[in-house]
Ligand binder design. Structure first.
Ligand code: ZN
Length: 450
């Protein structure tokens, strides 16, 4: 009996020893792959391709120790000019106004789109998770939100939900107000009444802070800074400059549910800037002219072949690590003219080990473009550039596998595909819609006196 009991034990421990040593070797390999990384910076790994996989593998990347490495076929090297890494070491600071807006977005109006759940929407906007849980478990009907319905909410500075409203239809609105740690529901069934109000203020520190102090919500401030981004540098407003905003608020009893910004006037020194809402939902100047500028789709004189496309979620099949390619690579020979795609300010123009010589340009308040692996930089930080200006000559600097131009477009601080992103079009109003707009401007302008 005793032997029968002990012998299986011995055999188990014999199995365990090699098992742990295999695990140990694996741990060493993993640790080594991390330690090994710094030694290989700047190197590109060439991985031989199997003939049958040639067409697809050409576009692959490997992630080794956190550094993205393009898999390059020697034969196809000329078409495959790309880079092993294109993330510059420098962080380009967020605009200081964006910082303030993002920090305290405590009044949000949101329209439900396909796939939304209330829980996910509120999480995305950083609402306190306990409050979300409390609201959605207390009122199960909030799971029935429909596409196109509007919800709005307010939070305090610590992201605690204060009130929430759900517009089921124009005369059926539910309100949820905070009361201690729970929420109290009430509803409004009377048709809302539109009421125009004006909000005005004066610059004492900066536009965002002073606009908020005057009673405008983050959403309204965002509309204004976006509408006028091409006309006015909000950071250059002076102490004593004034602004006035005309809002149409839909009142249900004493509560305002939907607000629409009809027009804004900002007085910067002796100059006036207006943005007036038209029937198409866009803002124009008082003559019906466009407030936006247009962009070039390519930073090049002529369109060139794309050697590596935009792919934010490129997944490596071996490691399972997502290694984004945040831009588009154009296969152009060294010395090709690189153009700024829009009017803007150069915020970075320097050399980096990964991106080589590179330039970052901020366009208005929402857009930024970056140009990498340049041979020669022709602009300086702080310089103003116009759309189509020659800013550099393309090259093969930094961690690049051949001459090409890596181009990125960021909208609201996120990289997007520059070949497909929707870009502002600068078209003014014409014909009947212009006539209607001009007639309306008179009325709105008279309510925007400072
Ligand atoms: Zn690239």
């Amino acid at each position: 009996m005793a032997q029968q009991l002990t012998s299986p034990r011995i055999s188990i421990s014999r199995v365990r020893i090699p098992y742990f040593s295999v695990l140990g070797v694996f741990v060493i390999i993993v640790l080594f792959s991390f330690l090994w990384r710094p030694l290989n910076l700047g190197r590109t790994t060439y991985v031989p391709l199997t003939p049958q996989a040639e067409t697809t593998v050409l576009d692959q990347h490997l992630v080794l120790g956190g550094t993205r490495v393009d898999i390059v076929d020697d034969k196809a090297k000329s078409q495959q000019a790309t880079e092993s890494s294109d993330i510059p070491e420098d962080n380009i600071d967020k605009d200081e106004l964006d910082d303030i807006i993002d920090d305290k977005d405590n009044s949000v109006q949101y329209t439900i789109v396909r796939g939304d759940t209330l829980h996910d929407v509120l999480v995305r906007y950083n609402v306190n998770r306990n409050d979300i849980y409390q609201l959605t478990t207390q009122y199960k009907q909030l799971a029935n939100l429909r596409i196109g319905q509007q919800v709005s909410w307010t939070t305090d500075d610590d992201h605690n939900l204060q009130s929430f409203s759900w517009t089921i239809s124009t005369n059926n609105i539910r309100f949820y107000e905070r009361s201690g740690n729970s929420f109290v529901e009430s509803s409004e069934t009377t048709e809302g009444v539109s009421q125009n109000i004006t909000v005005q203020g004066e610059i004492k520190s900066n536009f965002v802070v002073d606009a908020r102090r005057s009673g405008l919500t983050s959403r309204e401030i965002n509309i204004i800074t976006k509408a006028l981004q091409w006309r006015l540098d909000f950071r250059k407003l002076q102490i004593g400059d004034k602004f006035i905003v005309l809002l149409s608020r839909e009142m249900h009893g004493k509560r305002s549910v939907n607000s629409q910004l009809l027009g804004v006037r900002i007085k910067n020194g002796s100059k006036d800037y207006y943005a007036i809402l038209a029937d198409d939902g866009k803002y124009y100047d008082i003559n019906g002219g466009s407030l936006s500028q247009s962009f070039l789709r390519y930073p090049l004189v002529r369109q060139s072949p794309v050697s590596s496309g935009f792919n934010p979620r490129r997944l490596n099949p071996v490691t399972g690590i997502v290694a984004p390619h945040n831009g588009v690579d154009f296969a152009v020979s060294r010395g090709t003219s690189v153009l700024s795609v829009g009017d803007g300010e150069v915020v970075m123009a320097k050399y980096s080990d990964s991106a080589g010589n590179y330039i970052a340009i901020r366009h208005g308040r929402q857009y930024m473009t970056q140009y990498m692996h340049l041979d020669k930089i022709l602009v300086k930080p702080g310089q103003q550039v116009k759309r189509g200006d020659k800013i550099a000559l393309s090259g093969n600097t930094g961690r690049s596998t051949g001459p090409h131009l890596h181009f990125e477009l960021h909208i609201n601080n996120r990289p997007v595909n520059p070949l497909t992103a929707s870009l502002p079009i600068s078209e003014g109003l014409t014909g009947k819609s212009k006539a209607a707009f001009i007639a309306n401007v008179k009325d709105i302008k008279s309510q925007l006196s400072l």
